[in-house]
Design a binder for this molecule. Structure first.
Ligand code: NAD
Ligand code: IPM
Ligand code: MN
Length: 372
């Protein structure tokens, strides 16, 4: 019996997790997988009511679970960053879920490219460092000298730092930080992942031609690991990678990407799979509590309209099942998605006419029929 924490969150997060749970229930009926789900009231409603984001009590309760199944957070009534940092990013940090696995797989006929080419890219996004550490601030006046000095050393000239204190602080900055230990464990995970998948190379995405300090260090560490594991290493700058994903997605297998670029490239990846309603992810701590979620947000523009595509949440449940040792059961979900696509049983974003719940019912029916 697996003990799952269910955190539907906000907006369509609630709608798609409802379906995801029905689907997990259907899997329980026809397989040896069994779970109990405890519902957690974490999200904007509670925040607006009580000011609470992710509390100590939440954390200690979540820590007792085998895994977390998460919907989405985000609410137009709340200033950007509060819920995202206070709940989702804090969750990833507290549970040290340092890998964000985001598969990008072709689902014909949804591939929006000129060439209908099959691809199966597995993005491993580093999930705890880079520009996501909240390390930054604002300042005025004297402190600017420190920045001027760094630039002088870099370019041999003083670039003007524009000053205008009439309206608050002059400057704002955000630091991207990588640690040797953080990059090393990320690289170890990536090389082991590639090996398990039978990939003979890893693609490391960065911007080492501009952010030379952080991504220079990252390259050096990956290079060492590449020799250690006997798996080739290929570099791609993130701008070129965005283009290559459109032009030749079939040439990538295991892709390692730092946090911020990984966020951006995997929304592009979702669109290659048919849209944000198709992209699933697992926030993984190999030795701790992992969390599975669709990559999309709370979609305030369609929330409450029964239009949300639940497939991303269903595929996130597949990742959860695989992670918990039930790969066969996971494959049932994948086959059920294939069945929906083949029979036009989809929400409007994929051209269908069904509601979120109706897609869920179709998936459950398909799964239960496999009992016979
Ligand atoms: P979003 O992913 O919520 O929506 C982007 C667009 O894609 C919208 O037009 C939406 O209608 C559509 N879309 C998303 N999921 C869909 C689905 N399942 N079916 C059909 N259409 C779907 O991104 P956003 O609008 O930039 O952000 C809204 C809020 O969500 C913000 O507060 C943001 O911070 C938050 N957010 C949360 C997460 C998360 O919890 N993991 C992820 C991304 C964004
Ligand atoms: C995602 C989201 C989050 C991220 C936000 C909501 C903090 O966009 O899961 O992709 O940037 O990681
Ligand atoms: Mn994102």
């Amino acid at each position: 019996m697996k003990h799952l924490a269910i955190v539907p969150g906000d907006g369509i997060g609630k709608e798609v997790i409802d379906v995801g749970m029905d689907v997990l229930d259907a899997v329980c009926e026809i397989s040896s997988f069994d779970y109990d789900g405890e519902l957690f009231d974490i999200g904007s409603e509670r925040y607006l009511r009580s000011g609470e984001l992710l509390t100590e009590e939440d954390i200690s309760d979540l820590r007792k679970k085998d895994a977390i199944y998460f919907g989405a957070i985000g609410d137009p009534r709340v200033k950007p960053g509060i819920l995202e940092q206070g709940i989702l990013l804090k969750m990833r940090a507290v549970f040290d879920q340092y890998i964000n696995l985001r598969p990008v797989t072709s689902w014909f006929p949804l591939v929006p490219l000129k060439r209908e080419v099959p691809f199966d890219i597995h993005f491993l996004r580093e999930n705890t460092e880079d520009f996501y550490m909240g390390a930054g601030g604002t300042f005025s006046g004297a402190k600017k000298e420190a920045f001027v000095k760094v630039q002088r050393e870099m370019y041999g000239l003083e670039m003007e730092l524009k000053t205008d204190s009439s309206n608050g602080d002059d400057f704002a900055f955000e630091i991207g930080l990588l640690s040797r230990k953080g990059v090393s464990r990320f690289a170890d995970y990536a090389f082991n992942y590639a090996k398990a998948r039978g990939d003979n190379k890893i693609t490391l995405v960065d911007k080492a031609n501009v952010c030379t300090h952080i991504y220079g260090m990252q390259r050096a560490i990956f290079e060492e690991k590449s020799k250690e594991y006997g798996i080739k290493l290929e570099y791609m700058f993130v701008d070129a990678m965005a283009m290559a994903m459109i032009v030749r997605p079939e040439t990538f297998g295991t892709v390692a990407v730092p946090n911020l670029f990984g966020d951006i490239l995997t929304d592009l990846g979702a669109q290659l799979q048919g849209g944000l309603g198709m992209g699933a992810s697992g926030n993984i701590n190999p030795k701790g509590v992992s969390m599975f979620e669709p990559i999309h947000g709370s979609a305030p523009d369609i929330a409450g309209q029964k239009k949300a595509n639940p497939i991303a949440a269903i595929l996130a449940a597949q990742l959860l099942l695989e992670n918990q040792g039930y790969p066969e059961e996971g494959m049932m979900l994948r086959r059920s998605v294939r069945y929906c696509l083949d029979n036009g049983l989809t929400t409007p974003d994929l051209g269908g006419k069904l509601t979120t719940e109706e897609v869920g019912k179709a998936v459950c029916k398909y799964i239960l029929e496999q009992k016979k």
